[in-house]
Design a protein around this ligand. Structure first.
Ligand SMILES: [Zn+2]
Length: 139
């Protein structure tokens, strides 16, 4: 793979044009790499938001979000086909959620289960596509 920057404010994820060695589609691999990269070199800073991926830079903010983390989206032209992010809003239920499009996980187990389900769906989509395109070649 390419390089990841060590600047904690920016993480550049290299483009991956083929399935990874684990057979997952590039966006799944990039998301995992981006998460691992942030976990490695994001150090909590005094007075900073507790969420290292939070995009609100105002001091003392109460609503936390990350909607444009590099590597957490697959585009369809200008529109996202699938995107992930997080939100943790102030109020009676301030627990964070990680979303995949309109679906939300409130803990790691839920997120892992859904990501596993999506991986299986993507693998099935490739198998399905192979059948369809092979059938389409028949005269
Ligand atoms: Zn925040």
């Amino acid at each position: 793979m390419g390089q990841l920057t060590t600047d904690s404010s920016k993480t550049t994820i290299p483009a991956v044009s083929a399935l990874g060695t684990n057979g997952h589609l590039p966006f799944v691999v990039r998301a995992a790499e981006a998460t691992a990269a942030r976990a490695e070199h994001a150090e909590p800073q005094a007075g900073a938001c507790q969420y290292r991926d939070c995009e609100d830079t105002a001091p003392g903010h109460f609503d936390h979000f990350a909607h444009s983390v590099p590597g957490l989206e697959v585009m369809d032209g200008a529109d996202p086909l699938l995107e992930a992010g997080m939100a943790a809003c102030s109020g009676s239920d301030s627990a964070p959620v990680v979303y995949l499009r309109n679906w939300e996980a409130s803990n790691m187990a839920e997120l892992q289960a859904k990501v596993d389900e999506i991986r299986r769906m993507l693998d099935a989509t490739l198998e399905f596509g192979a059948r369809v395109f092979a059938d389409g070649e028949r005269a």
